[in-house]
Design a protein around this ligand. Structure first.
Ligand SMILES: Nc1nc2c(ncn2[C@H]2C[C@H](O)[C@@H](COP(=O)(O)OP(=O)(O)OP(=O)(O)O)O2)c(=O)[nH]1
Length: 183
């Protein structure tokens, strides 16, 4: 997404134990928004300590369905089960972004999108997964809105980029206002 926006960046793996952070927060009944924010912050903070003088952007996305935070389906069977449970109903995608500079948080935003799934048939779900699992497995909801996943939806209420994984418009606005990006 940053490449498409002609924003120069490099990727550095944060290597944080996301499962441990997520489990700890869920055991305290943390709100999905706070879980996404904490995961994004943990990545940005860890990389920022190693990169003084640089802006470090950490992101994370969670899917909330009926009060539960779902993890990425690990198998086609998990994806079938998850999409079958969610069809005809609404879920939310929450994408958090946190920017650190010199080991201090200087900006954060959590984008929220409401997704209304169609009551897709078993047959179409099977065809969809057969065609799309290899790509959709990278996504927390087992769909990519910019691909065939769009056919799963009746309505999408919110920002397109937040669905794809990060609140890009808000990030670009912050960097532009700060003068890091020309406009
Ligand atoms: N291209 C695309 N990606 C999507 C869509 N919906 C969700 N995603 C992606 C955005 C996130 O990268 C990913 C789910 O976030 P996660 O944080 O679970 O996985 P990710 O591998 O991105 O990062 P992480 O494991 O947290 O370091 O799903 C979509 O419609 N299109």
């Amino acid at each position: 997404m940053l490449t498409n926006a002609a924003v120069p960046f490099r990727v550095e793996k944060a290597r944080v134990d996301e499962e441990m952070i997520r489990a700890a927060l869920q055991s305290e009944d943390a709100h999905p928004r706070d879980i996404a924010d904490a995961l994004a912050e943990s990545k940005a903070r860890k990389v920022s300590h190693r990169n003084p003088g640089n802006l470090v952007l950490g992101c994370d996305q969670v899917l909330e369905f009926e009060g539960r935070v779902l993890a990425k389906p690990e198998s086609l069977e998990d994806a079938r089960e998850q999409l079958t449970a969610m069809r005809g109903k609404r879920h939310r995608l929450l994408s958090a972004a946190v920017i650190y500079e010199d080991a201090e948080p200087i900006w954060r935003h959590v984008g929220v999108v409401r997704m209304q799934l169609r009551s897709i048939s078993d047959d179409y779900l099977e065809d969809y997964l057969a065609r799309n699992w290899q790509s959709a497995r990278q996504s927390v909801g087992a769909y990519k809105l910019e691909e065939e996943g769009v056919r799963l939806f009746e309505r999408v209420e919110g920002d397109y980029f937040t669905v794809l994984g990060m609140p890009l418009l808000e990030i670009l606005s912050f960097l532009t206002v700060r003068g890091d990006l020309k406009s």
